[in-house]
Write a protein that binds this ligand. Structure first.
Ligand code: HAM
Length: 433
């Protein structure tokens, strides 16, 4: 006999079990509805891409490309990677399908799994789900504001209260280069006091040192210069406009000069939404502007911005605020048929009732009436249609209202139509979602 661990899901992955599905479905359907109300259209891209897309898109020096990609060779020796994030894929699709020709401004969103080889812990998985939104083709600061507003609105309708927004201005690539040099100069003398990872970052990508969680690095960057002083006038202006829109619309935020984000493509505005229940380091959502990426991946020079939010973290936040998941639609009717003849009647009754939009549960095995009633109770059925041998012989159905305990006898012939009328009179029809 195999030990149960031999058939466990891979480390860092999780099953979403039926009891949790209502919460996930609600999160997804609210996203579809809300994002479309903001003018976004859904896009679906492959789960795997050619590896170089992420090397160029997410960035060679990023933690993701350095350490976290699930990369493999296919049978023809091509290097492929399970997508660690959605942004490069969306940009690739925008370029590949020349989406800019008919409509230079594209607002798209996606929902799906992403893969990162990380050390698994609460809210940090090797497979996680994201809901992402990208606006490609608009350099205007109102886009940055609209994206932050969309994410906040989403958390709001989910019911979350303990969310807060952090923003920062990373400037353009020239500003970032100037700042990287300044930071490198500042940290050079203390290089040996940084963690081994940051000693490497110091050469490759010193901005990443700012959000290193190691105590020794935090200590050393305390008095480091911030990026704000390196940002050029145009980028400053852009950012001021974003903040002004936030103020106009009473969207609260905190500026965080140490917010640099882990992906290499960002320019100008970057933002995160954090949640009190997740611990300091884990963001619910992250995003920002990436004005160079479309061109870097071979497309026309095109400004863009976007964000992605983690669904597991949204679920954790909902749990921490004790927000009860959307309850499952309860069954209108449970068909309890006992005996071969009764089962035939029961089956066609269930089929007809489902055609009239009722949610109907029927258990097909041989069971006592007591066991059927117990099951009906478990699935939260409103009514039970009991057909035993006597009922089948006499052409009747015993209808039990599980909420009041009342029972009535109805003719089998035309039962579904009568039941439909009864439920419509009593409750307005089949239970809606
Ligand atoms: P990101 O910050 O790497 O950004 O990920 C977005 C969100 O996904 C995070 O805020 C977090 O909620 C969730 N997340 C990330 N990694 C994990 C993990 N290992 N386990 C669970 N949840 C995770 C991006 O991916 C960018 N593509 C966002 C973006 C879109 N920027 C512009 N457009």
């Amino acid at each position: 006999m195999k030990k149960s661990s031999e058939v466990a899901s891979p480390r860092g992955t999780e099953d979403i079990l039926p009891n949790d599905i209502p919460m996930w479905r609600r999160a997804e359907s609210l996203a579809h509805e809300l994002f479309e109300r903001f003018g976004f259209k859904e896009i679906r891209t492959p789960i795997f891409e050619e590896t170089h897309l992420f090397e160029r898109g997410t960035g060679e020096a990023s933690e993701i490309v350095q350490k976290q990609m699930y990369t493999f060779k296919d049978r023809k020796g091509r290097s492929l990677t399970l997508r660690p994030e959605g942004t490069p894929s969306v940009v690739r699709a925008y370029i590949q399908h020349k989406m800019f020709v008919n409509q230079p401004l594209q607002k798209v969103y996606y929902i799906g799994p992403m893969f990162r080889y990380e050390r698994p812990q609460a809210g940090r998985k090797r497979e996680h789900y994201q809901i992402g939104a990208e606006v490609i083709g608009c350099p205007d600061p109102s886009t940055d504001f609209e994206l932050i507003h969309l994410a906040c609105r989403y958390y709001n309708i989910l019911g979350l209260r303990e969310v807060s927004v952090k923003v920062n201005n990373l400037g353009c690539k020239d500003d970032q280069r100037a700042y990287a040099n300044e930071l490198r100069d500042f940290l050079k003398e203390r290089a040996d006091q940084l963690c081994p990872d940051c000693q490497i970052r110091l050469e490759r990508n010193p901005l990443r040192i700012l959000d290193c969680k190691m105590e020794e690095c935090q200590r050393n960057i305390q008095d480091a210069p911030t990026i704000t002083s390196s940002v050029c006038a145009d980028c400053k202006d852009h950012y001021e406009n974003v903040l002004a829109y936030m103020k106009d619309n009473k969207l609260e935020y905190a500026e965080d000069e140490r917010l640099v984000r882990g992906l290499e493509y960002y320019t100008r505005t970057v933002f995160e939404v954090v949640h009190g229940g997740l611990g300091a380091k884990d963001a619910l959502m992250g995003g920002g502007r990436y004005d160079n990426l479309v061109e870097e991946l071979g497309g026309p020079s095109t400004a863009a911005a976007g964000f992605a939010l983690g669904m597991e973290r949204a679920m954790m936040a909902l749990t921490s605020e004790e927000i009860v998941p959307h309850t499952e639609r309860r069954a209108d009717l449970y068909v309890a048929a006992m005996g071969a003849e009764a089962k035939r009647y029961g089956l066609s009754m269930a089929m007809r009732a489902r055609a009239l939009s009722f949610k109907v549960i029927m258990e097909y095995g041989q069971r006592s009436l007591k066991a059927h009633l117990r099951n009906a109770d478990k699935v939260g059925a409103h009514y039970v249609a009991i057909i035993g041998e006597r009922e089948a012989e006499q052409g009747v159905v015993l209808l039990k209202d599980m909420l009041t305990g009342e029972q009535s006898e109805l003719p089998l012939e035309g039962f579904v139509e009568q039941f439909f009328k009864k439920l419509t009179d009593e409750t307005g029809g089949p239970q809606s979602l």
